[in-house]
Design a protein. Structure first.
Ligand SMILES: [Zn+2]
Length: 472
């Protein structure tokens, strides 16, 4: 009964006040108040989240996992737009309940309804730690699970406890819901056993891109039977072609499968089979982690009935998500921003920097480490990152951020002596640009709050919009 009615007076008031809070935040503060309107509106009317889900006439897609949520959400939204559907989506990185409510606050008309709601799909990135709570309220039509790596240990504790928290949620999932699962991450693939929902798997079948050996960040994982995993091939961390040495469960054959992958420092070309239909994806983002994000997005779009050709065209045309391989032209240099949140993510982007390039190709880096709450206050994780992968290459690195000295020591221990250590963002950016020849690319590797800082500085210098103007 309630489900079919329009928004209540209380909900409409909450939306109005949320909108006012957003306007005020944009006027007075930096950061654009991406969370504030949701915080205000959600506190006044906790039912807004359900109302948002109900108003998305074509259902809701959730995207969760440690790494790749923002980019995958962005790709799914881009594919849907190419398919003629206007998605409702949360601002990048704003992936707690309040962030989802922001999507509603911003899309709602004064009466609290969303224009063309019947034809719209909600596409929301959801933090892995809050998914179990939000899942029954959003009742997603498609739920994407990317991976589970160690991340911000001081916030969540063990990664395994996050995965375990999903058990009850999946057991009660609607049989009409499709779970899009990474076949190569055993902690994700094994979720299939816990649900009656439909399963659509994605993964990599090209063994040429496997790692020669397990990298530092590979977390020891156990099968749900308690046994150990053995790998025929590892693609990153604990992600690869796995089998349990105890119960014999094996990685499922992915229905969305990357058969052949050509990596370069700019992007990837991937031959993909989507339920038997062959298509070439030109992915304009570097790194094998970007290939996984594109496969996940393609699988989600496939589950929503988008034709394979539309998927391929939309991925090729997709610009970067906020702060994820975004590029800026500054003083005749191309500057690319790479977000590093944890060892697994850092390893993948370091690998992406040198993918397909010759050893002699110079790499210009600005490496920024902060220790704010959103960065992870314990910075010792940098010792689990495989910075050594760049040793022996022609690398010029400037270290910056609140913990520039700690980062510089880590680079030094990897055999790469930083050219400069400059905590201040603007000064470090000046120095790094000065060491990058005109026409060359400067790559900025940064933790979350450092990324926000440097992105603001770059946007200003390049004459691009501010955080809150583009953070969609
Ligand atoms: Zn087992």
């Amino acid at each position: 009964m309630v489900a079919t009615e329009g928004p209540t007076i209380r909900e409409r008031a909450a939306l109005m006040l949320g909108r006012a809070a957003g306007t005020a935040a944009r006027r007075f503060g930096r950061g654009g108040g991406t969370a504030l309107p949701g915080l205000v509106a959600g506190a006044l009317a906790p039912s807004l989240l359900e109302r948002l889900a109900q108003q998305s006439g074509q259902g809701v897609v959730t995207v969760t996992g440690t790494n790749g949520k923002t980019t995958t959400t962005h790709l799914i939204a881009s594919i849907l737009r190419a398919h003629g559907v206007d998605p409702l989506t949360n601002p990048s990185g704003s992936n707690l309940e309040r962030g989802l409510v922001v999507a509603y606050v911003e899309a709602a008309e004064p009466g609290g309804r969303i224009a063309d709601a019947a034809s719209r799909v909600g596409v929301f990135e959801v933090d892995e730690a809050v998914l179990a709570r939000l899942f029954p309220r959003l009742r997603p039509r498609v739920a994407v699970f990317l991976n589970l790596f160690r991340d911000q240990l001081d916030r969540y504790g063990e990664v395994d406890s996050v995965g375990e928290g999903w058990g009850g949620m999946l057991a009660s999932a609607d049989p009409g819901c499709t779970l899009v699962l990474n076949a190569d991450d055993p902690s994700i693939a094994q979720l299939a056993a816990e649900t009656r929902a439909q399963i659509l798997t994605f993964g990599i079948d090209d063994r040429e891109v496997r790692l020669a050996q397990a990298d530092h960040a590979s977390d020891a994982r156990f099968c749900r039977c308690g046994g150990r995993f053995a790998y025929e091939a590892i693609f990153m961390g604990h992600v690869g072609i796995w089998a349990c040495t105890s119960c014999g469960e094996r990685r499922p054959n992915p229905r969305v499968s990357a058969r052949r992958i050509e990596l370069s420092a700019e992007g990837s070309r991937v031959e993909v089979s989507i339920d038997g239909a062959l298509v070439t994806l030109e992915i304009p983002m570097a790194g094998l982690y970007s290939v996984y994000n594109a496969l996940a997005a393609a699988a989600a779009a496939h589950a929503l009935g988008v034709p394979v050709t539309t998927i391929a065209r939309a991925i090729a045309d997709a610009g970067p998500a906020f702060g994820r391989q975004e590029r800026f032209e500054v003083d005749g240099r191309s500057v690319r921003v790479l977000l590093a949140k944890n060892p697994a993510g850092m390893n993948e982007l370091l690998r992406a920097l040198v993918a397909g390039s010759r050893d002699s190709q110079p790499v210009h880096l600005l490496a920024m480490l902060n220790d704010g709450i959103q960065d992870g206050q314990d910075v010792s994780w940098i010792y689990d990152a495989d910075i050594e992968v760049l040793a022996g290459r022609d690398v010029t690195v400037t270290c910056s951020g609140d913990r520039a000295d700690d980062f510089a020591l880590r680079w030094h221990l990897a055999g790469i002596d930083p050219a400069a250590v400059i905590p201040d963002t603007e000064a470090a950016l000046d120095a790094a640009l000065g060491r990058t020849p005109r026409g060359a690319r400067l790559d900025v590797v940064a933790t979350y709050t450092a990324m926000i800082d440097v992105r603001e500085a770059l946007a200003r210098r390049a004459g691009v919009g501010s955080y809150w103007e583009v953070a969609r």
